[in-house]
Each structure stands twice: as C-alpha cells, then as structure tokens.
Design a protein around this ligand. Sequence first.
Ligand code: ADP
Length: 460
Amino acid sequence: MRIVFATAELSPVATVGGLAAAAAGLTSELRRQGVDVEILLPDYGDVELADEAWVPLDVPEWASPAGIRVGTHPVCGRLHLVSVPGMARPHPYLQPDGTGWPDNDARFFAFARAVASWVQMSHPEVVHLNDWHTGAALAALVDGPPTILSIHNLAYQGNAPAWWLSRLGPRAEHFEWFGGTNPLSGAIALADRIVAVSPNYVGEILTPEGGFGLDGALRSRADDLLGVLNGIDTDVWDPATDPHIARTFDADRLEDKAANRTALCDRLGLADDGIPVATVVTRLTHQKGIDLLEPLVPVLDQVPVRLAVLGSGDAELAGRLHVAASEHSHSFVFVEGYDEALSHLMFAGADLYLMPSRFEPCGLTQMQAMRYGAVPVVTAVGGLVDTVPDVDEHPRTGRGVVARRPDPVELCAALFRASRRVGDRRRATTLRRRGMGVDWSWKQPAGEYLALYADLAPAG
Ligand code: ADP
C-alpha cells in the first residue's frame, strides 16, 4: 500500500511540538509494518538529502514556483521536501521575536496546494493529512484517493482572510468560515475519515468547551470521527539504553534510577534529601497550564515536593518563573529553553512528573515519564484520561494521580497525594513498574491507522 503523509513537522528535521514526534513515530512504524509511506514535509531550507532528485510541480501561479526535493535522510529515510514560495525559514512558524510569520497563510496554503498536485501526479492509495497546515489540499482534490485528516491540536486552525477562497481550488466553498477562510473546517467537511489523537479527545472536541468553534462541524461528521492514541519512540525513550542519563535502568533495576535523581539534583542545584522530585518538560503556553503552578511554589515545602520545570515559549511567563525560582530556590528550579538531552534526565531523575494542562489532545510527556518510572500527576483532560488512570480510584490498574480540574487547589491536592504515594517505597515501586510495563510504542496505533487505510482502500 502506498500512502502520502503530509505534515508540517517531522522529528528530528522540523521539530516544534508533539506533531513532529507523532509524524516521525507513526511513519517509521508504518514503514516497519510494510507500508510505502511518502512523507511530504515543507522544505524549510537546511535539510541535506542523499541521492537527491528534483521534481517540479504544476501549481497555480500564486503557489508557484513549486517542486519537491526527493532523497534520503540519515534518520528519517526517504523524504519529499516540498519547496514553495517563502517556505524556507529558520523556524517553521515563528519569527525571531516569537510571533508568527505574517505570511504563514500563504506559505502553508501553497504547501497544501503542492501536496494536492503531487497526489494528482502520483496517485497514492490513501492521502493522510495532519492539522491545518495541510487541510487546504482537499480544496484542490476532486475525485482523488480516499483521505484521512488527523487532528493533533484543534486550537490551531490557520484562519485566514476570505479572499483566499477564490484561490484554493474547486472545493474551496467548504473552507468558508464566518467571513474568512479556515483550512481546518474545510478539511473536516471533506476528509473521508477524521482522527483525533486520543479517544477521550474525540469526546472533548465535540463539545462547545473543547471544540474551539469547530464542534458543530465535527458533530456533523461524528460517524467518520475516531480516536487513535499517539505512541512514543520507545527506542529513543528507553531508560535501559539512554545515552543522555546518568545511569541506565529498567523495571527490575529501579534502584539505579536513584543515581539519575542525584545527577538531576546536582545539575539543578537542588538538595537530594529524600523529598520527592517532580519535573515538568513543556512548551510555555496557556494550554500547558504552567501558570497554574505559580501559586503552588510558595507551598511546595508543605506538600512536600521539589519542583523543576524545563520550558520554552511565552517570555512573560518565563520571566515570572525565573522570579519564583530566585525566591524559592531550595524547592523550585526553572530552566528556560528547549533542551532535549536535559529532558531525558528530567524524566529519568523524577519521582513524579507533573502535567497541569488545561487541555491536552494526547500528550506525549506523560508516556515518556511513565517509561522512565516517574509517576504522572495530571489533569483530567484529553489523552491524559486515556493514559493515566488514578491510582486511588483504580488501585489495581492506576498509573498516576489525577487532579479533577486544572486549578491550583486541585493540583496541590493531587501533588500532596502523589508525594504520599511515592514516599512509601513499596507502593511507589509497584506504581513505577506498572507504568514501565505498558507498551507505549507506535506498534498498536500504527496498526489502527493501517486498518483504517485498508478500510478506505480495500484493494491496497
Ligand atoms: P505539545 O506537542 O503540545 O508541545 P506533547 O507532550 O505532545 O506536547 O509533546 C511535546 C514533546 O516535546 C515531548 O516529546 C517533549 O519531551 C518535548 N519537549 C517539550 N518541551 C521541551 C523542552 N523545553 N525541552 C525539551 N523537550 C521538550
């Protein structure tokens, strides 16, 4: 079976958030399972390919000139890097000051149009689109192959002015959205199947609270909407072989995890004195709820917990976290930045892993944390509900501690429960082993996608 998989992000060549990890993890597992996957990624400019060939694309004048660099990348394998006007930039979406590129609509509409041209040229059996960046491809595809749209985060929709409608293609009217152009609403209307990245997220996006204005559009497609939980790359996230951590360990050598806690505390300037260490690895955005932790910082001693946050994003929030860390340096550390190597030690050294998300389509870090024996403390949203049953509610199957609502009081209560739980060594070991024993890999999710492809293109 041959599928076209279009995405704006792909680890490690174009990484912004979970979409990059999901695209890389799913496509490599699909290839392992025998699917011929053509990955179409925007050509942001600095990726070198071996055995490179150039394929020109026939697109309308506004998306021209367009073409594809096809070749092999040492980590990602075969790649189709789509070149359209204005795409090559140092960051996929953001200017150096952290705001979006003003022409992101033109860049990604052109990318989507180029994807459509490639599909028209190459006749794959299934087209798999991801998020708003790729959605407008469906405006140009008439009588094309079956299509799937995966929604990784409904909060980002790529809204653009209405005049785009006259450019996108014959099915552009589906993209008209309250006086503008919405690439996600059109793709929701036109894709043959819509996948949300966790089963619980499906329920949320059908409600006005979680639908970001598109819940009605999604409700009208409810019969074609399903949830497939993301996986993680269990080769990269493997405490038994991880080169970034102080000492490797596994579920049977949990005592070696302690060396990582010592190394983490040393690195961050925290005392390693038996008080549970909770970590957070995150983008600093409203979604992630890191601001909800600010009122907690002064009471961490009473919980008791030491808290370390590694995060990048919102500069104002980062500034406040720096201040909180300077005022409570014995119990709270903030490291600003995106640091992959340190993130591994943050999982390996953690007793607890905290996710105060306001919403979380799937969430990867709770799975990464459990793989490293850190007990997750999460809010009851999105994929966190699917992956972290509360241990007090489900004593035999629970994997972590759940705060009912994303607010500081609930989070404090959850941290308190979690601190008690990991303070009891025997009970902590049971819980850590339970999380480590789950297969968090892409094997099962890729199987579910494969079944979907086969359902849509039975002859494949
Ligand atoms: P989202 O895609 O919403 O940012 P996810 O939990 O789905 O959140 O995925 C985020 C991915 O990015 C995880 O693999 C996480 O380890 C990584 N990550 C996020 N922030 C950082 C950071 N500051 N430093 C290193 N890795 C990070």
